[in-house]
Ligand binder design. Structure first.
Ligand code: F6P
Length: 317
């Protein structure tokens, strides 16, 4: 029976998100202050399977607070989806005397944790780290605010050329079809329309109405939330280009730049709060949940609830 946590493994997994490093730093600094050792597991769950595990010190996390990406690397492990992969991961946990894992990631990461937990009943705490903001039970995920700010900064630049050339830009943003990034960036830049897929389909009726009445003093930006696959918005671009051949359109997929760069203050504070909270819980032998924020208060979300579809609630303005 576990009565004290001495050694913690940290994993960043899935799509990286700005603020993951701030979370790692707070976990390591707070653990060391409490005489707990931290081990960094490289490139997501694959690092557990390959035994790519290194002890972290205050020096290893010095000055990483403002760096995007993850110093540990991330990955979407295919091997961890297999029984054999998870068995190897557990063997390496034992070999390195790890007592608990802190995993920072999104839906895929937490799905892996549920399976692993079921098989090995091993203490895990999840921290929501994804630009998609799609973790159920938390208001916000690490990286979402930075990504929104990156998106609106780029679009403000695109507006310069859009307005100068009297062109309408169709801009696809990330977010796995859920629309959090699309909706809030779209509102913030005063988009002409925001298209979010519903059951993988886009409804273009409203856009057609708007374009029928478009004049150069309307907004030039249409935001499209990516569908299941990146790039599907090109179909929309081709369609409207053909239908409104009196107007000039251009098409941009913002791509991975949305996931990059130094985290905003909001993301850093969130990461630090969740990081420290995870260690406080492990010290009190509390685990097997995701730690999030609801109405600015720490909340504990069962893994199964965290991966349930989070819906975009669009308030009437
Ligand atoms: O989950 C984060 C995310 O950036 C999604 O918004 C996007 O669909 C996906 O990752 C892209 O993944 P990859 O980096 O593997 O191309």
């Amino acid at each position: 029976m576990l009565n004290k946590i001495n050694n913690i493994g940290i994993i960043t997994s899935g799509g990286d998100s700005p603020g993951m490093n701030a979370a790692i730093k707070s976990i390591v600094n707070y653990s060391i202050n409490n005489n707990i050792n931290c081990y960094g597991i490289k490139y997501g769950y694959d690092g557990l399977i390959n035994g790519n595990i290194k002890k972290l010190s205050n020096k290893s996390v010095y000055n990483i607070i403002g760096q995007g990406g993850s110093i540990l690397g991330t990955g979407r492990s295919i091997k961890f989806k297999t029984i054999l992969g998870r068995k190897k991961a557990f063997e390496n946990i034992k070999k390195n005397n790890l007592d608990a894992l802190i995993i920072i990631g999104g839906n895929g990461t937490f799905t892996g944790a549920i399976k692993f937990n079921k098989e090995y009943n091993f203490p895990i705490i999840g921290i929501p780290g994804t630009i998609d903001n799609d973790i159920n039970g938390t208001d916000i995920t690490i990286g979402y605010d930075t990504s929104l700010n990156t998106i609106i900064q780029i679009i403000e630049k695109i507006k310069d050329t859009a307005i100068t050339n009297n062109r309408i830009f169709i801009i696809e943003v990330m977010g796995k079809g859920l629309g959090f990034l699309a909706f809030n960036s779209g509102i913030s830049i005063g988009a002409l329309d925001i298209l979010i897929p519903n059951n993988n389909k886009y409804d273009l009726k409203n856009l057609y109405k708007i374009l029928n009445k478009w004049n150069k003093y309307n907004s030039n930006i249409i935001i499209v939330a990516e569908n299941k696959n990146i790039g599907e918005s090109e179909i929309i671009y081709k369609l409207i280009k053909k239908k409104f051949n009196n107007l000039e359109f251009r098409f941009n997929i913002l791509g991975h730049i949305q996931r990059c760069g130094s985290p905003t203050c909001i993301d850093r504070i969130l990461a630090i709060r969740l990081g420290i909270e995870s260690i406080k819980n492990l010290i009190n032998l509390k685990y097997n949940f995701v730690i999030g924020i609801k109405n600015n208060k720490i909340t504990y979300i069962p893994f199964k609830k965290a991966i349930k579809n989070k819906k975009l609630v669009i308030d009437k303005i």
